[in-house]
Design a protein around this ligand. Structure first.
Ligand code: CA
Length: 326
């Protein structure tokens, strides 16, 4: 009995402290400011959203460089949730790069996915001993964490991919589970790589392949599917626009379809997450409008995404009003 009371008290305290944290860290909008960017008390970058149980969980990087410093300082990831896409609640940071003991630093772009009640977080970091960027996997029982290193080593390291000789080609993982249950990991810089994942989500299942047919691929692949079409959107050129390709098969061939989103204001990079939530499609990205100089202090924004009758996507219009548009 004592144990039950004690456990109940612990859950109560945990719930209260999470609530207090959320109140203290009110991320976003009031009627007096535009909707975009949606988070104004911290710099957030590289959004990746997960729809789970009628809630959207938004995971972002955290630009922490001191004001005026033009460099990436990113050591932790952030997590927000919403049930209406308008009001966002901040959760305590569920993952720090220190969770990966084999990593040197750099909490770069990532994505979280759910499988069999567990949440798997694929994240790009710098490898301590192998060198170059690498992709790690963290796991949790809840979408808000806490997450721990699932492997104790990297899932992908720089020496596993050689389609380009750069040391930063193993970044920006995006993960997708197809309707038949097969999971895929896509990632890359300059070259877009992909591989199957085993059902445990912790091992590659087969060779790493290069995606062909993407024009001017820079980084930031994102896979989604709608009405039998696979969409591979990605950062195009530099400064980055977002472009996309479509295919009837996730293994390709991919047909390039053009620009989806222009260069974001005051930011050399852009990074998109595309989700359907309550029958509407959303395009989540970042720009640099809350910072005095572009690129290293970014902020997540959301606008609606629309399709043409033939399945192609209409160009996303970045707006200040965002989802408050009438
Ligand atoms: Ca490599």
């Amino acid at each position: 009995m004592k144990k039950v009371v004690c456990l109940a008290a612990m859950f109560f305290v945990a719930a209260i402290s999470e609530e207090l944290y959320a109140q203290k860290n009110k991320p976003q909008y009031s009627d007096s400011v535009p909707f975009n960017p949606i988070i104004r008390n911290k710099f957030t970058a590289d959004p990746a959203a997960l729809v789970y149980n009628d809630t959207v969980y938004l995971y972002t990087g955290h630009d922490e460089a001191p004001k005026g410093e033009a460099r990436y300082v990113m050591q932790e990831w952030l997590c927000y949730s919403s049930t209406d896409m308008l009001n966002w609640k901040e959760h305590p940071s569920p993952l720090n790069v220190k969770a990966f003991a084999w990593a040197k630093g750099d909490a770069w772009a990532s994505q979280v996915i759910e499988r069999n009640g567990k949440f798997y977080w694929y994240a790009a970091v710098e490898h301590k001993t192998i060198g170059g960027k690498a992709i790690g996997v963290a796991v949790a029982d809840k979408p808000t964490g806490p997450f721990t290193d699932a492997l104790g080593k990297a899932l992908v390291t720089n020496d596993m991919t050689k389609a380009t000789s750069i040391w930063w080609d193993d970044i920006d993982p995006t993960v997708y589970i197809d309707d038949d249950g097969q999971a895929y990991l896509f990632w890359g810089n300059t070259k877009c790589y992909y591989a199957k994942l085993k059902e445990n989500m912790l091992e590659l299942d087969g060779p790493i392949q290069v995606v062909e047919g993407l024009q001017k691929f820079t980084e930031a692949p994102w896979i989604h599917k709608r009405n039998g079409w696979y969409y591979l959107s990605y950062a195009y050129q530099f400064p980055e626009k977002i472009a996309y390709a479509m295919s009837r098969n996730i293994n390709g061939p991919w047909e390039y379809k053009g620009i989806l989103n222009e260069v974001a204001a005051n930011s050399n990079t852009n990074h998109q997450s595309i989700i359907e939530f309550k029958s509407k499609w959303y395009f989540i990205y970042h720009n640099g409008v809350l910072a005095d100089h572009g690129g290293f202090h970014r902020s997540v924004c959301i606008d609606r995404l629309y399709y043409n009758k033939d399945g192609t996507m209409k160009r996303v219009v970045m707006t200040s009003e965002g989802l408050l548009k009438r």
